[in-house]
Design a protein around this ligand. Structure first.
Ligand SMILES: [Fe+2]
Length: 219
């Protein structure tokens, strides 16, 4: 048996509640994005990220795992408030409902996580701005394959997929995050530019992105 390398998101600071949430969301193709958003939120907060911010980062897109929500490939632009609000409210509702089923979770925690998830697309206040920026940094860093997938499947044209990358970059507010995002943006744009020729197994890529076992490096 091949020895197992530690997963990128194995982190002794993950709380029991956070680990339980990753069990809940295991198999979701955005699981890697959620882990990665949490990592960026911690980095942008210089180690001062609150437990609520970390948890909100780890779950902010949860609704997309459960059928019945708005399409995750909107037709009317990525900055369409109808889409952004529907997505954010549904995620906040679903995460709140899950949190209320967990033992020993304080009311103030639930309310703060809900408020942050509601704001994750639009920012507003320092922590929500950090969450929004972390979400963008994560999209640019690890979802370049998704833009290639969109183009290959004919969901978006090259230009439309590129618009998503630009939107992700331009909505970032904290100056440090903008600086960190620029090289990621450039790399993602280059990956997208090679969408027709890039040698990547997108089915496998989607699978590992959703695998808790892979992301945490669990044997
Ligand atoms: Fe996200």
């Amino acid at each position: 048996m091949t020895p197992c390398r530690e997963g990128r998101y194995a982190d002794p600071n993950l709380t029991e509640l956070e680990l339980a949430a990753t069990v809940w969301l295991d198999g979701f193709y955005q699981l890697e994005h959620l882990f990665n958003t949490r990592t960026w939120a911690v980095e942008l907060s210089m180690g001062q990220a609150s437990p609520e911010l970390r948890f909100a980062a780890l779950t902010h897109d949860a609704e997309r795992f459960f059928p019945g929500g708005p399409s995750d490939t909107p037709e009317n632009g990525f900055d369409n408030p109808d889409y952004l609000f529907a997505h954010s409210i549904r995620s906040a509702d679903i995460v709140e409902q899950w949190l209320r089923q967990q033992p020993r979770v304080e009311e103030a925690f639930v309310r703060r996580v809900r408020a942050l998830i509601l704001r994750h697309e639009v920012g507003g206040g320092w922590e929500a701005d950090v969450l929004q920026a972390a979400d963008s940094l994560s999209f640019l860093e690890i979802f370049d394959w998704l833009t290639v997938d969109w183009v290959r499947r004919g969901i978006y044209t090259h230009d439309q997929a590129r618009e998503k990358l630009r939107y992700s970059l331009e909505r970032i507010r904290p100056p440090l995050a903008v600086k960190l995002a620029l090289p990621l943006y450039e790399a993602a744009v280059n990956t997208l530019a090679s969408a027709d020729t890039l040698d990547v197994d997108l089915k496998w890529r989607r699978q590992v992105a959703g695998s808790r076992r892979f992301q945490l490096g669990l044997g």
